[in-house]
Design a protein around this ligand. Sequence first.
Ligand code: PRP
Length: 183
Amino acid sequence: MTDDVPPEIEKVLISEEEIRAKVAELAAQIDRDYAGREVLLVGVLKGAVMIMADLARALKTPVSMEFMAVSSYGSSTSSSGVVRILKDLDREVADKHVLVVEDIIDSGLTLSWLLRNISSRGPASVEVCALLRKPEAAKIELPVKYIGFDIPSEFVVGYGLDYVERYRDLPFVGLLKPEVYAG
Ligand code: PRP
């Protein structure tokens, strides 16, 4: 973890402190909603690793953790909604209260597919917690119960989000300088 902002970052959009406060707020809301129940957190690799780790530790609710990795057919910057499972859940989710944890909802197509896929496995309930959402990019309306921040449709990195696999380790969410992805 570092407070240093690499030179490729144009601007810090959401600071480490703002993320920490928001994760605590989301966790408190989830604790209230799931009082007396256990939650199965399903993190969507790789972007969700940071929010998954921080949210799990902020929750008082007992949780178990599962991960899925999916790949969207389409260009590297936009998803098509046609999804391939690269790594499936290790356990059944039947009768569990599933909370899908995502770093970002962009078009919403990946999540839409995931929700249909997980729902077909007979969970007791399915909700979504996403740190970031780009409302202007939405191609589909989704029932997302827990949202951290709505952000503009700009290319963001950090706190799990990458550009060609880099910058996921940054503790903040920032805008990448256009020359980095243009060059
Ligand atoms: C990102 C993000 C979501 C998806 C959102 O994953 O984690 O899963 O894109 O986009 P959508 O709403 O337009 O479908 P990505 O495919 O970049 O993989 P990664 O998490 O491994 O970086």
